[in-house]
Design a protein around this ligand. Structure first.
Ligand code: BTN
Length: 240
């Protein structure tokens, strides 16, 4: 493991050497990156920001399941901190309306490795969090031990190892487990697609390749492999 006081982005740093089995952790990122070309920011020392390089030994068809596996691993790890997370497809970890963790998985090299980047808000105060709504383990009420970065880090790595093993040995079983944990399913959603267009409908299922199937108002089904989901809450007009 490499622990850096500062790095532009742990994903970029891990991808530079791409040594399988390596993990790069940084106290601070100066150019942290998120999904869909977004940035990811956190005050120095307040978040857990790291990237793990893995050679997942999966057929190409199953690579899109890696981000889902990482989301499930983080959700299961933080549940043991005493908070109740939900998963928003594909891999945002929420507590209530707030985003607790974000995950960016990138593929690089030949033979390819996956760089699994995880940013978990641990100790931020309300004022230190970005908008749209975010939360931290501290604000979500994790007990003191549960909000210890080293402790949570160890749990995430252990869960991630287990979920990646599930992907190799029983991908269908893994997807079934993900579906049970995914708070997006059954919700009215708006999906913003990478071309900027938006589609509304009901999130029906996640298929065996990790794509989200959304039933539109006209009865058709849209299958989404990349996009940003908003959970629409008709009752109070609230969105996540
Ligand atoms: C997202 O929510 O869009 C994904 C955010 C991913 C942030 C993590 S922090 C560690 C790793 N390094 C990065 O530059 N990004 C990921």
């Amino acid at each position: 493991m490499t622990l850096l006081p500062t790095a532009p982005s742990t994903n970029s740093e891990a991808a530079r050497t791409a040594v399988r089995g390596s993990v790069v952790v940084a106290e601070e990122q100066t150019a942290g990156r998120g999904r869909l070309d977004r940035s990811w920011e956190a005050p120095v020392g307040a978040a857990l920001t790291f990237s793990a390089v893995v050679a997942p030994e999966l057929p190409d068809l199953h690579w899109p399941l890696i981000p889902l596996a990482a989301g499930l691993a983080v959700a299961d790890a933080v549940r043991r901190s005493g908070v109740i997370p939900t998963l928003k497809w594909p891999n945002d970890v929420l507590v209530g309306r707030g985003k607790l963790a974000g995950i960016l998985v990138e593929r690089t090299g030949s033979p390819p490795v996956a760089v699994i980047g995880i940013g978990l808000n641990v100790d931020q105060s309300e004022a230190e969090l970005p908008v749209p709504p975010a939360t931290s383990l501290r604000l979500a009420g994790a007990e003191a031990a549960g909000a210890d970065r080293t402790e949570v880090f160890g749990r995430i790595l252990a869960e991630l190892t287990d979920r990646l093993r599930d992907l190799r040995t029983d991908p269908a079983g893994f997807v079934a487990k993900y579906r049970r944990a995914c708070g997006t399913l059954g919700q009215e959603v708006e999906v913003q697609l990478p071309d900027g267009s938006r589609v509304r409908g009901t999130a029906e299922t996640v298929d065996d390749e990790g794509r989200l199937a959304v039933r539109r108002g006209d009865g058709g089904t849209l299958v989404v492999s990349a996009g940003d989901v908003v959970h629409l809450r008709a009752a109070d007009g609230d969105m996540i």
